[in-house]
Design a binder for this molecule. Structure first.
Ligand SMILES: [Zn+2]
Length: 286
């Protein structure tokens, strides 16, 4: 059973405290490395494995296998009522977007959460880059520059800004290895290159979310920018994967990582027309 913070009075989550950390952490685990490390346990073998182990992990400190029928388990009080889901206004950047190539989209691969779609409604979206410590300045600067490039790319479709204050961030990107992943029926941990997770919270009766992205220090150069691009796509609301290797949100890493594709943007635009509880007040509880 999931252990979560008990909320004293289940009567009204929204009244209860200024910020209720009803934790709802869904963790998207992404396998993006070219070389997966079948770690230590297998005689230090470096084994190349298929790259499409994509899992969504759920819960606070719990690691469960993806189950599509029960996609998101969260620990926000079950009794709490959520604001009714409504779409927000389409951001002008996406309103203006026209795909001349008619490339289609992969919207059907995107699953809504119990809060609806994970869309942002306040712009620019604030991104904080956690500058690595314990590295030399040049390394740190290179990392920041590379990740900033991915932020710039998405900024063409949704307004983003890099902030200096971590407390103000909507999306925090950290240079840190995601926890090892244990595959079903195996005690062999697998190294992963990136992970994106979100957290839901309330403030003044409004439902908010924020994201944390972990990017493995083992990623550099074009692989780092590709991983940042891919994970940022998730954090902007593309909570699922493409089956087309020409898309940034393709479920696997490829040797020549694609840029943000028209299909990525078409999908993003469709997502931003969907209903969500995020950003709305729980009127019933007022
Ligand atoms: Zn992914």
């Amino acid at each position: 059973m999931s252990k979560h913070r008990k909320i004293n009075t289940p009567k009204s989550l929204f009244k209860r405290v200024k910020i209720v950390w009803g934790f709802a952490i869904a963790i998207l685990l992404v396998i993006l490395t070219n070389v997966q490390v079948y770690a230590i346990f297998t005689n230090f073998n470096l084994t190349k494995v298929p790259q499409y182990q994509t899992d969504i992990k759920i819960g606070v400190g719990e690691w469960e296998t993806l189950n599509r029928k029960n996609f998101f388990i969260d620990t926000i009080s079950q009794a709490a009522s959520l604001p009714p889901q409504k779409p927000h206004a389409l951001p002008s950047t996406l309103m203006q977007w026209k795909d001349e190539t008619n490339s289609g989209d992969y919207f059907t691969e995107i699953k809504p959460t119990k809060y609806g779609y994970l869309t942002w409604w306040q712009f620019p979206i604030k991104v904080y880059l956690e500058t690595p410590t314990g590295n030399n300045n040049q390394q740190s600067q290179e990392w920041v520059n590379t990740v900033s490039q991915a932020v710039e790319e998405w900024n063409n479709y949704l307004p983003l800004t890099i902030v200096e204050n971590p407390d103000a961030a909507d999306i925090t990107i950290v240079r840190k290895s995601p926890p090892l992943k244990f595959t079903n029926g195996s005690n062999i941990p697998r190294a992963r290159s990136a992970e994106t997770r979100y957290k839901i919270f309330t403030k003044d009766n409004i439902l908010y979310h924020n994201f944390t992205i972990l990017l493995s220090p083992s990623q550099t150069g074009k692989y780092l920018v590709a991983a940042a691009r891919h994970e940022l796509g998730h954090a902007l609301g593309i909570w699922g994967h493409s089956k087309d290797k020409g898309d940034a949100l393709y479920f696997s890493q490829v040797s020549n990582p694609p840029l943000i594709s028209p299909r990525d943007v078409n999908t993003l635009k469709k997502i931003y027309q969907q209903p969500t509880s995020l950003g709305w007040k729980n009127d019933l509880e007022m």
